[in-house]
Ligand binder design. Structure first.
Ligand code: CP
Ligand code: NVA
Length: 328
């Protein structure tokens, strides 16, 4: 995998994803035991952020520092304003051994990879969020006591966006049973669904699209994401109307008839009024919570902070796999 970019899970085989998960578990264990092999010493990495972030930025920084890398955070470059993407990529490729990009267009990470000549990692675009899905798969492996191939995973909410797309791909690759529970207006694109159904013929997974909340029956994981993603801030009214019936609450968790069902969320989440956006939504629409109830978020079934921690270990694995020969 040395020299590869990590732009979407579509480019990775199930075997490669499995290897990345094994390496993530290994580096997590090393860190827990105070073992720091500094496998990225003398490597320079740059993190470009067009959109805001807590976990992704901090995961790349801490993972890089743990392995001895030098890290630059870049949020105010000339890229795309006074200098083309192509020229910026060529310059950064001379300075750095790896580039992380978070922003709007998937095309941007693709162009950075094309022109920089170094591994580029997608830290979230409008279309995909692949490093998040690796962390999610690792967390499921740790908490759901059955093989991934026997796991029923229900994504609830805005199923046509970066998280819905990437989780569907990740589940299909790993032979899981993926359900997108959403109003039909927010179903994933037919093209991606067809592609993933085709892939499932090889991996043994299944893909189901449903508007009916009873489809959570038997779920091992209920996963949701914000109703309004970064860059769509004008869509609150529309999404609240469409997605209110799909809020994850105790009643939905109970409908799974699985007392061990796990609740997952990529975070950040609107589960109380402790955020500026949450307060504004409350003032305008009267909602105290959005995609998940505070009760479920804080319940014993919720594994959201283990999931968040795993961002760091899985991102470390991605950097090691693509900048060194550890998996070759
Ligand atoms: N889940 C996630 O990507 O979090 P940040 O937006 O904080 O990076
Ligand atoms: N769908 C969310 C994910 C945040 C990690 C967004 O794009 O804002």
């Amino acid at each position: 995998m040395k020299g590869n970019s990590f732009l979407t899970l579509l480019d990775y085989t199930p075997e490669q994803i499995e290897k990345l998960l094994d390496l993530s578990a290994q580096v997590k264990n090393e860190k827990k035991n105070g073992i720091f092999p500094l496998r990225l010493k003398n490597k320079n990495i740059v993190l470009i952020f067009e959109k805001t972030s807590t976990r992704t930025r901090c995961a790349f920084e801490t993972a890089g520092y743990d392995e001895g890398a030098n890290v630059t955070f870049l949020s105010n470059s000339q890229m795309g304003k006074k200098e083309s993407l192509e020229d910026t990529a060529k310059v950064l490729g001379r300075f750095y051994d790896g580039i992380e990009f978070r922003g709007f267009k998937q095309e941007t990470v693709e162009k950075l990879a094309l022109y920089s000549g170094v591994p580029v990692w997608n830290g979230l675009t409008d279309m995909y969020h692949p490093t998040q899905v690796l962390a999610d798969l690792l967390t499921i492996r740790e908490h759901v006591k059955k093989p991934l191939s026997q796991t029923k995973f229900v994504f609830v909410g805005d199923a046509r966006n970066n998280m819905g797309n990437s989780l569907m791909i990740g589940c299909a690759k790993m032979g899981m049973h993926f359900v997108a529970l959403a109003p039909k207006e927010l179903f994933p694109s037919e093209e991606l669904v067809m592609k993933m159904k085709e892939l499932c013929k090889k991996t043994g997974g299944t893909i189901t699209l449903s508007e009916d909340v009873s489809s959570v029956e038997g779920a091992d994981v209920i996963y949701t994401d914000v109703w309004v993603s970064m860059g769509e801030e004008d869509k609150f009214a529309e999404r609240i109307k469409l997605l209110s019936p799909y809020k994850v609450d105790s009643a939905m968790m109970e409908r799974t008839h699985n007392k061990n069902v796990k609740f997952m969320h990529c975070l950040p989440s609107f589960h109380d009024l402790e955020t500026e956006v949450g307060k504004k939504v409350y003032e305008e629409y009267g909602l105290k919570e959005m995609e998940v109830s505070d009760e479920v978020f804080r319940s014993e079934n919720s594994i959201v902070f283990d999931e968040a921690e795993n961002r760091m270990h899985t991102i470390k694995a991605v950097m090691l796999a693509t900048m060194t020969d550890i998996l070759d």
